[in-house]
Design a binder for this molecule. Structure first.
Ligand code: CTP
Ligand code: CA
Length: 227
C-alpha cells in the first residue's frame, strides 16, 4: 500500500488540534468558561487521524470521549493549553478549534468564597494569552498551515476576515453561533472558510462532515513530497 496516496493523504504528517473550552478557576469550586462541547474540534482530530496523520489533540474539559488513534492531552486553563500546544510542536498543520476563555481572574482564591452579607464580590480579570496568535507569529517552529476558528454572533465573515489578518493565521473557519442557530452543543454547523484567496460559504452539514472537508483541504495544501 502506498502511503501518502489518495487513501491516506496525511500520512507522515503531524496535525495539532485544540478543542473544547478552557476553565479558569475563580476559587476551588467555581470557574469562568466558554460554551463548547468540543464536538467540532474532536471531529477534526478524528478526521485527520483517519487521513493518516499523527494527531495531537489538546483539549479542555469536555463530556465527549477522546477520539481513537489520537494522542489527547487534557488541560484545564488557557495557560495550560498554550504550554501543551508548545510542547507538541513541531507540527505540519495546527487547527485551533478551542473556545478559549479570553479572561481569567487576577488571582484564584485559595478557599471557597463565602457570602458574608456585605455585598457581592468584584472579580478582577486579566487577559489570557492568545494561543493561536502566539503560535502563528512564532519565528521558530511555526506550523506550515495555521487554521483558526471564529465563532461570531454577527457580521460573521467581516469579523473573520479581520481576525485572519490580526492573528496571522492562514485560514479562518468562521461560524455563526448566534442564539437560534443550534450550533452550540449541536451536531451540525454552517461555516465559511476564509483564506487569503477569498471566502467559501459551505452548506450546513454535520460537524463530522465539516471536519472531513477541512482535513481534505489541509491535505491538499501540504507541500508535496516533504512528509
Ligand atoms: N484563540 C486562542 N487563544 C485565545 C483566544 C482565542 O487560541 N486566548 C483562538 C480560538 O481557538 C480561535 C480563534 O483564536 O481559533 C478565534 O477565537 P475568538 O474567540 O473568535 O477570537 P478572539 O481573538 O478571542 O476575539 P473575540 O472573542 O473578542 O471576538
Ligand atoms: Ca474570544
Amino acid at each position: 500500500r502506498l502511503l501518502g496516496g489518495a487513501d491516506l493523504p496525511l500520512a507522515g504528517r503531524h496535525v495539532l488540534v485544540t478543542s473544547g473550552p478552557t476553565h479558569e478557576p475563580i476559587d476551588p469550586v467555581r470557574y469562568i468558561a466558554n460554551r463548547s462541547s468540543g464536538r467540532q474540534g474532536h471531529a477534526i482530530a478524528a478526521a485527520a487521524a483517519a487521513a493518516g496523520a499523527r494527531v495531537t489533540l489538546v483539549s479542555g474539559p469536555v463530556a465527549i470521549a477522546p477520539p481513537a488513534g489520537v494522542t489527547t492531552v487534557e488541560v484545564e486553563t488557557a495557560r495550560e493549553m498554550l504550554a501543551a500546544v508548545e510542547a507538541a510542536l513541531p507540527a505540519d498543520a495546527a487547527v485551533f478549534a478551542a473556545a478559549v476563555a479570553d479572561w481569567r481572574t487576577a488571582g484564584e482564591a485559595a478557599q471557597k468564597m463565602k457570602k458574608n452579607g456585605k455585598g457581592t464580590p468584584q472579580l478582577a480579570l486579566v487577559e489570557n494569552p492568545d494561543i493561536l496568535a502566539t503560535i502563528a507569529h512564532r519565528a521558530e517552529q511555526r506550523p506550515g498551515l495555521v487554521v483558526g476558528f471564529a465563532a461570531e454572533t454577527e457580521k460573521v465573515v467581516e469579523h473573520a476576515r479581520q481576525k485572519r489578518l490580526r492573528k496571522g493565521c492562514n485560514w479562518i473557519v468562521a461560524n455563526d453561533v448566534g442564539p437560534g442557530t443550534g450550533v452550540m452543543g449541536g451536531t451540525r454547523n454552517t461555516v465559511h472558510l476564509v483564506t487569503g484567496e477569498g471566502v467559501e460559504d459551505w452548506p450546513t452539514m454535520d460537524k463530522d462532515e465539516v471536519a472531513r472537508r477541512l482535513v481534505a483541504r489541509i491535505a491538499a495544501a501540504m507541500p508535496k513530497g516533504s512528509a
